[in-house]
Design a protein around this ligand. Structure first.
Ligand code: ATP
Ligand code: MG
Length: 205
């Protein structure tokens, strides 16, 4: 079993979008995939409830009240969708339980300011540990002013940017159907799927 935590204390950064699409990716790769929802709002589980039974299967559960992080061993991949504001002992528990941490980050001054302390605490908690952390630049095209602003900000933390995902209604539309850009029909989402390859490669390392 391998596990990835998707976290950012800022609301609306794209955690559930990343977590559901990653689950869709692994499921379509025929991996036994479990989505662990830590959010009281249970957006990830709501998404799962819309999922067509004919699609690649993703199982899931709500773990919001769990004190210590015990993840299902029988899965190939567990994707953990954190709520806004995850911090303290609960964050520490989950950092210990996963192999990778993915932080979606929108290049706005508000989002970057709200994420700064979190990036510092993650970096110090993970110093010398096997758990790796990467940033996904959310709603941004590489080689834009927004992208350079984000890169400049990230330099201070020594955390790699592992993917750039553009802003597109495709994510909104697929989510409404319990789907992901990795589910058929594929032709419609080819450009978006391509943007995930560096993230997927980093996760599989
Ligand atoms: N790349 C994108 N392009 C366009 N819309 C996006 C993109 N990523 C996320 N969104 C939209 O932004 C909104 C917030 O995203 P999401 O729910 O994934 O964030 P979140 O971090 O899980 O929020 P919360 O902190 O409330 O749990 C959603 O409506 C989602 O569809
Ligand atoms: Mg969410």
């Amino acid at each position: 079993m391998r596990a990835v935590l998707v976290a950012n204390p800022k609301g609306g950064a794209g955690k559930t979008t990343l977590a559901t699409n990653l689950s869709g990716h692994f499921a379509n790769q025929r991996k036994r995939t479990t989505l662990c929802d830590l959010d009281r709002q249970q957006s990830a589980l709501r998404w799962m409830a819309f999922r067509d039974p004919g699609m690649a299967p993703v199982t899931g559960y709500y773990a919001g009240n769990q004190i210590s992080a015990s993840l299902p061993r029988e899965a190939d991949w567990v994707v953990v969708d954190a709520p806004a504001g995850l911090q303290g002992y609960k964050l520490t528990d989950y950092l210990r339980a996963v192999d990778k941490v993915v932080i979606p980050l929108v290049p706005s001054v508000f989002d970057m300011a709200a994420t700064e302390d979190f990036l510092n605490s993650i970096r110090s908690e993970l110093r010398g540990q096997r758990t790796k952390v990467g940033i996904v630049a959310m709603r941004v095209d590489p080689r834009t002013r927004a992208a350079s602003m984000l890169e400049e900000f990230i330099k201070h933390f020594d955390i790699p940017i592992v993917a750039y995902l553009r802003s597109t209604q495709n994510y909104v539309n697929v989510a409404a159907a319990g789907a992901t850009v990795f589910d058929p029909p594929h032709a419609r989402h080819r450009r978006d799927v391509g943007q995930w390859s560096s993230l997927v490669e980093w996760l599989n390392k």
